[in-house]
Ligand binder design. Sequence first.
Ligand SMILES: *Cc1c(COP(=O)(O)O)cnc(C)c1O
Length: 494
Amino acid sequence: MELSYQSTRGGEAGVTASQAILKGLAEDGGLFMPCFIPKLDKSMKELSAMTYQETAYEVMKLYLTDYSEGELKTCIERAYDSKFDTEEIAPLAKAGGSYYLELYHGSTIAFKDMALSILPHLMTVAAKKNEVKNKIVILTATSGDTGKAAMAGFADVEGTEIIVFYPKDGVSRVQELQMVTQKGENTHVAAIHGNFDDAQTGVKKIFGDKEFARKLAEKGFQLSSANSINIGRLVPQVVYYVYAYAKLLSSGEIADGEVINVTVPTGNFGNILAAYLAKQMGVPIKTLICASNENKVLYDFFQTGTYDRNRDFILTSSPSMDILISSNLERLIYLSAGCDADANAAFMKDLSENGAYTVTDFMRGFMDDFKGGFAGEEETRAAIKKVFDDTGYLMDPHTGVAACVYDRYRTKTKDHTKNVIASTASPYKFSRSVLEAMEGKQEEPDEFRVIDHLAEVSRVPVPQAVEEIRTAPVRHNTECDVDKLKEAVEGFLS
Ligand SMILES: *Cc1c(COP(=O)(O)O)cnc(C)c1O
């Protein structure tokens, strides 16, 4: 059955999956959502015998219904190959009373690889299907991980240019080095003098600028997005929750039908929304624990029903979660309002005009599967150290936030349902913060000495992606002001 997509703000409907992937964001500023959430047509038992790639096909075929079986399988094969350092693609590790679903075994060692290694393939097939003649310009705002993963995915992909904006002082040293050393003639990156929200808002503004789109079209370009607002990001992320449950089943950790909880370190709300979609598709998930850092706008939202971004933006050691406008929450708002696009559009108008909105009691009830929690910097460091000291398992600060939030949730609710924590980055992407957590003191300035020291202390091998940037030459050095993003785009494309 054909699944079509519509904008969460009502401006577009009847859009095919491939069109939605090409567009990224709807023209009215809304996000594309399917008109219903499909159910898995294989049992968990059947899925438990499948590889990651086979599982990916079973999930993605239900959403991307205008892709042929051959097209989809080719995309999957090209994405989930030896770029990943394990055949399992997303292995599960058991430590300290939870299962860690490691989503960082791809080429840029953060969970963004799970979707961004397939998005370029989905996009080029979509371009062919829709007879796109223009060059596709991928415009991306990043809090650190998306940018690198998108550049790695799109580097030298024919018919595309990739442009990334990241906050100058808002990313880790490894994240920055990964981006500025990126190879590929079609890759462009600029550090902006602002934070992630400034970057994301600026990029969204460009997407909404019809005059600019016309100007680009005259030069043979059209814009698309690699941010998690693109449905082509969201759908591949559903796969690993299905896979995780299936693996727990095949390894005998759970019984068929047994419910599990899932804890996700959250920023833009894409990863946890994928878990929610997995639940709606039939994976026995009970509670979705949404873990925030000190930018706890989502915690407050689940606590009170009011989303309020009017607060200070805090730079933390989990920069990929330093976000006050969680874009993908709009998809949950839309669903909880019974897919009422007008109601959703009114909330989003409130958000852009007043920085806040309050949902109805009915909508809050609809979202009852979500429980919010947050962890401060000190507690996160303590969580990283405790799990390492107790079990030898090393985690990055984003995962540390989740571990801390989950621990508190379990103590408070006495809910001992088995729990999967989404482990979203290699600890080496944030070596300094991780080592400081373990040693309780500030580390020396040289990043690579810190990395080597962490390897000595933890006995976890340094990943290839980090070794590569040790000596790689810097290829990008553009900086720009937050009100000059458009000019930067024009500069890159000329
Ligand atoms: C992007 C990212 C997150 C947040 O994921 P969202 O889908 O934006 O909620 C968490 N941890 C890491 C390491 C990330 O890169």
